[in-house]
Design a binder for this molecule. Sequence first.
Ligand code: ATP
Ligand code: MG
Length: 568
Amino acid sequence: MTDNDKPSAEPGRDFIRDIVEADIAAQRYAEIVTRFPPEPNGYLHIGHAKSICLNFGLAQEFGGRCHLRFDDTNPTKEEQEYIDAIKRDVHWLGFDWGEHLHFASDYFEQLYAWAEHLIRRGDAYVDDSSIDEIRAMRGTLTEPGRNSPYRDRTVDENLDLLRRMRAGEFPNGARVLRARIDMSAGNMTMRDPVLYRILHAAHPRTGTAWCIYPTYDFAHGQSDAIEGVTHSLCTLEFEDHRPLYDWLLDHLPVPSRPRQYEFARLNIGFAVLSKRVLTDLVRQGHVAGWDDPRMPTLAGLRRRGIPPEAIRDFVRRVGVARANSVVDIAMFDHAVREFLNKNAARRMAVLNPLRIVIENYPEGTSEELEAINHPENPDAGTRRIPFGREIYVERDDFMEDPPKKFYRLSPGREVRLRYAYMITCREVVKDASGAVVELRCTYDPATRGGNAPDGRKVQATLHWVAAAESVPAEIRVYNQLFLRPDPGAGGDYAADLNPQSLEILASCRVEPSLATENSAAPVQFERQGYFYRDPDSSPGRLVFNRTIGLRDSYAKARASPAKGGGHG
Ligand code: ATP
Ligand code: MG
């Protein structure tokens, strides 16, 4: 392992930042310019967040600028919907490209002129071979490729054919433009790569103006150069493309000289970060859409209630390295919990309600009790919650015949209701099938607020809601979308889907403040986890997504490193 292979011990320090600092120290650039270059063929996922945070973060830290540039060179897969979604997601994550919204398609005319330039210099030629023939002549890692029979066409012939390709004279696949480099190059990317292909397809931005489109390789570096990008950061799979990136810049009269650097992509256990697979999940209906809260897309994470701050924090902790690795999903969950614990207001909700009648509470009356909004933040203030003779508690908080370590409600046992009173269970009411339908309890009026004047202790404090005033809600609990840490490794993603990835709890009850608060703020339902209101909510019917449960196994694993876990 070299130093570059390790995520930096100090978050925010990494080999890319070292390079940028050295460039600044040497006054190599007037300004640091980076870009985030998505192809608009799907929604952004958390892997892209790493690239976004890196590119926009560098620009912020070093007082430069970062462009959002759509690499829209493949019209058959690209859509306006994706362009809009990507812009929304980058903004949501907390970054702004200002006036620097660009499209590779803005440069089609310039790129085409450069294609002719290469031809005139003898550096490119039109090849009439089919894609299969080109592949067959390409050689292998151990064998050199063979020259195409069309490789030595004259400049005039090449220019004429390229212009006719552009004019739409030939069908898809009839010809391509290739760079004339070296068919025996050790790096296969350098074996006369394709620069243009014929594609009779409408483009979301240029419409039918073009029927030839540049390849990624021909568009990317030149777009960087046009925009004055200084540091072109991409993931490791483009390392083999760097010689071509440089070759093209060396052979074209470009206005600036960007450099490409590669870093490891983000991989997370149990998650799939491939747009192709995510597209399949959506199209085949395995999820409800790109923003399904089970998806690792930014839109899905947002809908689930994951705050952008937690994503940025997670990405910072993962760091930027040169070696690929798989990050434990628990590390992500930890970042989410840490942010929500500090920032989510506390509320009460009962997911699986069991009715309690407090027999000695005066009939026909009710009262309001004071509850605090955040235990560690007095500024968050308090709220009033209604209490009355009938309440709901969580079914799991009662056992008729409890085992030894069960301290919650059971016949004869006294417990505390959070912010309210101590109650004692007197009687269990069952239906004909023997299922518990109601508990009859008594309360001690002297324990208002939760403490007994005589100092007696109880072993459990339960959350609850008032039966009459609470509001019905549906709560959607999300579990891992995939059952194995390396989904698809067996060849079929669909086979690895978790059939229990979504549980719908249809008859929850939440405290009434949640019906009047219209904010899209995350909340903690006490003792349950963090939740976020879903846009499917309507005034009479609230819907919440469970963002994440309360338990943090990652923090525990870190506390005892002997048991492994040791990230960050
Ligand atoms: P696909 O998944 O279809 O191969 P892609 O994820 O590479 O595509 P792009 O739109 O080309 O999609 O990605 C935009 C930028 O985000 C690229 O610079 C790419 O390197 C980077 N990126 C994509 N996935 C990750 C990832 N998992 N981790 C870090 N960066 C990523
Ligand atoms: Mg890509």
